[in-house]
Design a protein around this ligand. Sequence first.
Ligand SMILES: Cc1cc2nc3c(=O)[nH]c(=O)nc-3n(C[C@H](O)[C@H](O)[C@H](O)COP(=O)(O)O)c2cc1C
Ligand code: SF4
Length: 370
Amino acid sequence: MNVFESAAIGSIALSNRFIRSATAEGLATSQGFCSAPLTTFMVRLAKGGVGMIITGHMAVNSEGRAGNRQLCIWHDDYLPALMDMTRQVHETGGKIVAQISHAGIFANTSVTGEAAMGPTIRQQSDATICREMTSIDIRKTVKAFAKSSYLVKETGFDGVQIHAAHGYLLSSFLSPHYNSRRDEYGGTAENRLRFLLEVVQAVRASTGGSFPVLVKMNANDFLANGMCIDDMIYTAAALEAAGVTAIELSGGTLESGGMIPARPGSIKPENEGYYKEEARYFKEKIGIPLILVGGFRTLSVAEKFLHDGICDFIAMARPFICEPDLITRWKNREQNYSSCNSDNLCYRPVHAGKGLYCLTQVRKKTKPRA
Ligand SMILES: Cc1cc2nc3c(=O)[nH]c(=O)nc-3n(C[C@H](O)[C@H](O)[C@H](O)COP(=O)(O)O)c2cc1C
Ligand code: SF4
């Protein structure tokens, strides 16, 4: 399998097997509208040769917002600016999928102005209380995902990705670490999956049969009593049966210490592809395409993963922050690696409301000469 050959995810024709994994850009307006800098950012990525872009998580409703300047998609007013973005990405030959999300226990209460909610009541690290969702909350949230995905399709995105990873709302329901409910949404694997399956079915119904519906989920939570590999296979098999087009495997939550989704610290080639073993298991059991994310930094490693059939597509997040044209460079054999050292400094400008950029690169450029 050649990494630079064209490939398909449902009806999406990709020019190669590299995908930009969802990366919150923090470049929307303070009201959650797409901005000119965000459109420029996406066009730059598309011109840089990546086969498909997945947007940073877009909030499906006000209470599900994770941060400042996050893209939102729950009413028509958001559409014109987003349509301009998808049009410009398509004009360069790029493909773009919208990731839709509810942050759940990780909702940013200073942005939402209300208590976070999740599967089970808990005290948050900032001492606030995350309330337990009622069945009415669950029904409302399913509808919110359905409406958002409808708007995603209307906007001209090539597909939608449901964020069910990293401990965000749908992921927390899957995880026995977070979910100790005693109703039909907690307890057994079947019950913990119910909310996500209801969302998938509602999204399918609102977008129509052939629209690509992807899911990002955890291979492993890396938490005591967290989601494990058997849960992952059970969930993936049910998603396949429900007509999901492809699954992106990630892992960890914001509370998984050194095993958070964007693991800090430089990565040796032999450690790239954090979820390699889980991916092998997935490929043995599940038939739909597997997109694998997590620590890929070297072209030859990506080539080997695809050649060995460990996954079907390689997704990266941080490498595209410092080198949006990485795939063109790799294709032209200008380099075999990514310049990203995985120090995670790029989170800082996002949290400071300045939008995503590689702080390490900026610091190197501005370092005074000795
Ligand atoms: C600044 C930043 C923002 C991120 N935002 C998202 C997001 O919106 N949705 C998501 O699913 N993952 C998000 N991630 C996680 C990445 O998609 C990816 O799973 C993780 O960084 C590991 O891949 P990498 O080693 O190629 O960076 C983010 C990561 C970073 C560094
Ligand atoms: S700041 Fe730059 S080098 Fe550091 S992880 Fe982010 S993209 Fe990579």
